[in-house]
Design a protein around this ligand. Structure first.
Ligand SMILES: Cc1cc2nc3c(=O)[nH]c(=O)nc-3n(C[C@H](O)[C@H](O)[C@H](O)COP(=O)(O)OP(=O)(O)OC[C@H]3O[C@@H](n4cnc5c(N)ncnc54)[C@H](O)[C@@H]3O)c2cc1C
Length: 474
């Protein structure tokens, strides 16, 4: 390649390994790596506080891997790119594709604008095993049900591309009055909350690789059934790393498959398939974050109740399995998938609060907050999405706890104030006789809240409300 300078624009691909855009840019004899905090195009999807916290540390880690060559900006990418191109005589711009509707719209405009200035623009797939427009039914329609999407749409189409190694690139650093330090981006929350999150994660590409190795050593061989047990180390906890692109799904796909060919590996790959399904839904339904996929839900009689919402957010509902999940989220930025389904069902079915409330709180507090996965999953929980949980499937937080946290380790970890209750009453303390509560040091309404709803009654009210929709649509 001629003596030229190319930009690699890091976005949700904060890694060097298996980064197809960075690899392609490296054919130029100098590469200028940049990150732009785009707060001009995100609209209502500006990142939440936990994502901002993660991003800060991820950029620090990436910059170290790049020998401090990462140039950081904040603002509207098109203006920033044009400015750098003019100042530095850049010949080409490279990036890995993003799939959020606002980002796709932005990128299309940027591509056209740069190409009109005779700048080469190349984009690559760094984030999905199968890009959403490639997986279609024979008649060209998108899939609405997961199993055929995955089995026929994904597995029977082209195999995912192989990961690419870290390229040899000569890096160029651009430092002007418009470049910022990572601290200047102001991504860290100015509360103690961020400090608490820090104990749980090693952020960045090396942390992602270490997490992947740990999962392979400790979790993969138990994954199929063990993935339902929130107290056990059988899930990967790789979701934030995947979300920020610190590891690629391609690397995961091929790494686990190289280790074994068994039901656990198959199941793990299938879960990666759910992520692909969420992206497919978002691509084909850009309103997925806000609009019920099943229109009949537009008439659902949601309840407005700020006090219940607050209790749910803070893990103070008095229902231990729900509170444990919400406190795990607050303390670690993560919540186990089984418990996400339990707290979600409790919010939309027992409390009958709109799923938007749950989606928004998760968006702000999850370190893996992902527009596609979060929106599709909340629609699934509420019953209004594609291939959604049927309306009559209302998770019972007592039996769910007894089944999936049988020794109560998960609940006791996050709700120490009821840790001395015997297992028999750990998930339903309101049913415990007074002497048992006393012996465990529990005073309901004082040391731990009384349940804010009666589970049976609220379940029946939810069923009645959902049945009224059925009548409307029949
Ligand atoms: C109400 C609700 C909200 C959710 N919001 C998000 C979100 O914002 N971001 C997010 O990444 N996931 C979300 N999920 C999906 C799922 O809970 C997480 O992906 C999973 O818990 C991440 O943990 P893990 O990496 O240990 O998963 P593992 O079990 O180790 O799975 C590996 C990877 O597969 C993907 N995956 C697993 N389960 C699912 C699933 N059900 N749907 C889509 N992808 C999946 C994830 O990328 C995950 O990292 C949500 C689920 C629910 C019920």
């Amino acid at each position: 390649m001629s003596d030229s300078l190319a930009i690699h624009w890091f976005r949700k691909d904060l890694r060097l390994s298996d980064n197809p855009s960075l690899t392609a840019a490296s054919v130029h004899n100098r590469v200028l790596p940049i990150y732009i905090l785009d707060d001009s195009n995100t609209g209502e999807y500006a990142m939440g506080a936990a994502s901002g916290w993660w991003l800060h540390h991820s950029l620090v880690s990436l910059n170290t891997s790049l020998n401090s060559s990462l140039s950081i900006y904040r603002g509207n990418p098109i203006e920033i790119l044009v400015d750098i191109i003019t100042r530095c005589n850049v010949k080409a711009v490279y990036w890995n594709r993003c799939y959020e509707p606002w980002a796709m719209h932005r990128d299309e405009k940027i591509k056209a604008r740069l190409q009109a200035r005779a700048i080469a623009v190349e984009s690559y797939n760094g984030a999905l095993l199968w890009e959403p427009w490639t997986v279609k039914k024979n008649n060209g329609d998108p899939y609405k049900v997961f199993t055929p999407f995955y089995r026929q749409g994904c597995l029977q189409s082209e195999v995912p591309r192989q990961p690419v190694p870290i390229p040899q690139a000569t890096l160029y650093h651009h430092d002007t009055e418009s470049t910022l330090s990572i601290d200047n981006l102001g991504l860290l929350p100015n509360t103690q909350w961020g400090k608490g999150l820090e104990a749980n994660w090693i952020i960045g590409e090396e942390g992602a690789q270490a997490r992947c190795r740990q999962f392979i050593n400790e979790g993969l061989s138990e994954y199929k059934d063990g993935r339902n047990l929130p107290a056990k180390p059988y899930v990967s906890r790789l979701s934030p790393y995947l979300n920020f692109g610190e590891i690629s799904p391609h690397q995961l796909w091929y790494t686990v498959r190289s280790i074994a060919d068994n039901q656990h590996v198959e199941h793990f790959c299938r879960e990666l398939g759910w992520r692909e399904f969420s992206y497919s839904q978002l691509y084909h339904n850009p309103d997925l974050p806000t609009k019920n996929l099943q229109q009949k839900f537009d008439n659902f009689p949601w309840v407005e109740d700020q006090a219940s919402l607050r209790a749910w957010q803070k893990g103070q509902t008095g229902v231990p399995m729900v509170d444990a999940g919400m406190r795990e989220l607050w303390q670690t930025g993560y919540m186990h998938n089984r418990v996400r389904m339990i707290v979600g069902s409790f919010l939309v079915k027992n409390l009958r609060l709109h799923w938007h409330n749950g989606k928004q709180w998760f968006w702000d507090t999850l370190v893996d907050a992902d527009l596609a996965n979060n929106s599709a999953s909340w629609q699934w929980v509420a019953g209004c999405g594609a291939d959604a949980a049927p309306y009559f499937r209302i998770f019972n937080p007592i039996t769910q706890g007894q089944k999936f946290d049988p020794d109560g380790c998960y609940v006791r970890r996050f709700i120490p104030e009821i840790a001395y209750l015997p297992n028999q009453y750990l998930f339903n303390p309101w049913e415990a006789p007074e002497h048992i509560l006393k012996a465990a040091g529990v005073e309901l309404g004082i040391t731990y809240p009384k349940a804010i709803v009666d589970l049976k009654m609220s379940r029946n009210l939810a069923l009645t409300a959902f049945q009224s929709l059925k009548k409307l649509s029949s």
